[in-house]
Design a protein around this ligand. Structure first.
Ligand code: F6P
Length: 323
């Protein structure tokens, strides 16, 4: 391997820059050239490549977002798009790639590698923490801390007014953000897409009506079957008109901001490991950390259903602590 292309794709996540920095510096240490591919697969198709040096990644470890920009590419889902991308890589002498992203990114990487055989290593970069093969994804820790800060602030006003707040957090298919931030903020209930009938459970608890005169915070994942916080609010308002109910949707605030130290460390370790893995001939896999050990998981496995990440013991704990 002489030249590696690195890119970020899908939703951005705090810590992606720290990861790019680690990839670039590790590659240069091994005398390998590094090219930044702008806007994920879009830039690969359009040949948007930039040469990266040690200095190019100075002073970015603390910055949220991604200096390489990101996109969700529709063209790359087509064989014609992938052919263009391959031609661009070949024309520019790029003989291996490091893909930083989530589900969609690895779905694309798996197909691409099968079709064209360019060695690829994936790095889990998404706030959702919805990948198998790693305890945590880059950006998750920052996102849940952002949520906890926001909910702490909401709690103050909720408590003053004896209000019920339905706080919506990100996670189309995954309740990981909801679960972690709900535990961390002492929420009275947590609604996750993976748990069926959780809205009914909430109604039962509200109907029991204990501790009516104090604040209540319900964390709702955007993808919950209740239809997010607004969907849930309609039903709560109808069935419990005695509660003074408010909705707060946190939105993209969760995707930005300076990465936590945990995310910077994770990103550095994964970026460093990904480059060394390519040099050892590894490919077609996502690199992750499980129980502090480096683990490689084939792309097709990493993107499988992650409901198994919800530990039943933790769910039981939530019920007991939030009562
Ligand atoms: O995958 C990260 C994520 O933030 C999800 O939690 C959310 O459902 C989605 O991206 C939002 O995507 P977009 O920023 O494209 O609207």
């Amino acid at each position: 391997i002489k030249k590696i292309g690195v890119f970020t794709s899908g939703g951005d996540a705090p810590g992606m820059n720290a990861c790019i920095r680690a990839v670039v510096r590790t590659a240069i240490y091994h005398n390998i050239e590094v090219v930044g591919i702008m806007r994920g697969y879009e830039g690969m198709i359009n040949g948007e490549f930039i040469h990266l040096e040690t200095e190019s990644v100075a002073n970015i470890i603390q910055r949220g977002g991604t200096i390489l920009k990101t996109a969700r590419s529709k063209d790359f889902m087509t064989p014609e798009g992938r052919k263009k991308a391959y031609d661009q890589l070949k024309a520019n002498g790029i003989d291996a790639i490091v893909a930083i992203g989530g589900n969609g990114t690895f779905t694309g990487a798996a197909v691409f590698e099968k079709e064209y055989g360019i060695p690829a290593i994936g790095i889990p970069g998404t706030i959702d923490n919805d990948l198998l093969g790693t305890d945590f994804t880059i950006g998750f820790d920052t996102a849940i801390n952002t949520v906890v800060d926001a909910v702490d602030a909401i709690r103050d006003t909720a408590e003053s007014h004896d209000r019920l707040f339905l706080v919506e957090v990100m996670g189309r298919d995954s309740g990981q953000i909801a679960m972690a931030s709900g535990i961390g903020s002492g929420a009275e209930a947590i609604l996750m897409p993976e748990v069926k009938g959780d809205a009914e459970e909430l109604f039962e608890r509200l109907a029991k009506g204990t501790r009516k005169k104090s604040s209540k915070i319900v964390i709702v994942a955007e993808g919950d079957e209740a239809g997010g916080a607004f969907g849930l609010a309609e039903r709560v308002k109808e069935r419990f008109p005695n509660y003074d109910t408010r909705v707060s949707v946190l939105g993209h605030i969760q995707r930005g901001g300076s990465p936590t130290c945990h995310d910077r460390m994770l990103a550095s370790q994964l970026g460093f490991t990904a480059v060394e893995a390519l040099l050892q001939g590894k490919k077609g896999a996502m690199v992750g950390i499980i129980n502090q050990e480096v683990v490689y998981t084939p792309f097709s496995e990493a993107i499988k259903d992650t409901s198994s990440k919800l530990n039943p013991n933790v769910l039981r704990m939530i019920e007991i602590l939030s009562s």
